[in-house]
Design a protein around this ligand. Structure first.
Ligand code: CA
Ligand code: CA
Ligand code: CA
Ligand code: CA
Length: 192
């Protein structure tokens, strides 16, 4: 029994060392992706007073993994951030349209930045998400559109077409847990 237990400890140590030694490269990196294109509010003109939020599916992360990078790529229509329109309805108060995106960090609505795009076209804006959002991503990240953030132009509208949450994860904590467990068992059984 004792020798079997020691062998189990050795196997765990070896497995831990194997994972530990693999941390220097990205060979264990896994990608995740959650694509939404039909949330309530999507694909319809959104005026300044029609701000709305949408929530991504929780990203299933095993105990042996941690997120190392995340971004959200939003496709939006008629953002007018360049305000090249000559329509007097569009050139309003001498300013450009501003449509801001937020993400919720443990319930706190946090500014990510403005959408970028021209008039009457679909364009993508990508926001890199800080590590403060990784726990929210695991539980289901909620995003928020403040359409026409300056809020005084009845003609400024935009549409959200899709929201793609993606990134990478590696088995960092799992390697340490496995490694530590193996050493702990070895120490116990050698004492006995
Ligand atoms: Ca608004
Ligand atoms: Ca617009
Ligand atoms: Ca957070
Ligand atoms: Ca426009």
């Amino acid at each position: 029994m004792k020798s079997v237990a020691i062998k189990c400890g050795f196997v765990l140590v070896i497995a831990g060392i194997f994972l530990f030694s693999s941390l220097g490269n990205q060979s264990f990196a896994l990608s995740f992706n959650d694509f939404i294109n039909n949330a309530p509010g999507f694909n319809q003109d959104t005026n300044y007073n029609q701000d709305f939020s949408w929530t991504h599916n929780p990203i299933p992360i095993s105990i042996a993994s941690t997120i190392t990078y995340a971004e959200v790529k939003i496709m939006a229509y008629d953002v007018d951030s360049d305000a090249t329109d000559t329509d007097p309805k569009v050139i309003f108060s001498g300013r450009k349209e501003v449509d801001n995106i937020y993400a919720y960090d443990n319930g706190l609505k946090t500014f990510l930045g403005p959408l970028i795009g021209g008039s009457s076209v679909w364009e993508y804006t990508t926001f890199t998400l800080g590590s403060n959002f990784y726990d929210d991503i695991i539980n289901g990240l909620t995003l928020y559109l403040d359409s026409d953030a300056l809020g005084n132009n009845p003609y400024w509208v935009c549409q959200i077409g899709s929201s793609e949450l993606k990134g990478t994860m590696v088995p960092l904590p799992g390697a340490f847990i496995l490694f530590g467990t193996g050493l702990f068992r070895l120490a116990i059984y050698r004492r006995n």
